[in-house]
Design a protein around this ligand. Structure first.
Ligand code: HEC
Length: 99
């Protein structure tokens, strides 16, 4: 009985580990950071879901977009107010907000 409990606890721990390192939830990142500007507050910032505004941006390619977010782009500040976002996080958020 005790052994089974221990075993299932360690299985749970193993399952939980990779989740802690996985990319952040794009919607949460958007709501916490990008959404401060990309929700219509700044006319220059392409809005979430505004596919026409995103089309020419996406045409530059994902790597260019990630670079622009990381380094800043005109009035968008470097890292877009997400200090702990990785390049993969930015990719996921850009995919999420451009559709
Ligand atoms: C302080 C306001 C602000 C925040 C916060 C912000 N942005 Fe932006 N973003 C802008 C503005 C303004 C532009 C348009 C800049 C331009 O085209 O001159 C822009 C443009 C972009 C572009 C297009 C870049 C290009 O090359 O066309 C991407 C992608 C982008 N933002 C992603 C993000 C992501 C992802 C976040 C959150 C992690 C974020 N932004 C947070 C203001 C912001």
């Amino acid at each position: 009985m005790k052994k089974t409990l221990l075993l299932s606890l360690s299985v749970l721990a193993i399952l939980a580990l990779p989740a802690a390192h996985a990319a952040q939830d794009p919607e949460a990142v958007f709501n916490r950071a990008c959404g401060n500007c990309h929700n219509g507050q700044l006319p220059q910032a392409p809005k979430k879901g505004d596919q026409a505004a995103w089309k020419p941006r996406l045409a530059q390619g994902e790597d260019v977009l990630v670079k622009h977010v990381t380094e800043g782009f005109n009035i968008m500040p470097p890292r877009g107010m997400c200090t702990d976002c990785s390049a993969d996080d930015y990719k996921a958020v850009i995919r999420w907000m451009s559709h």
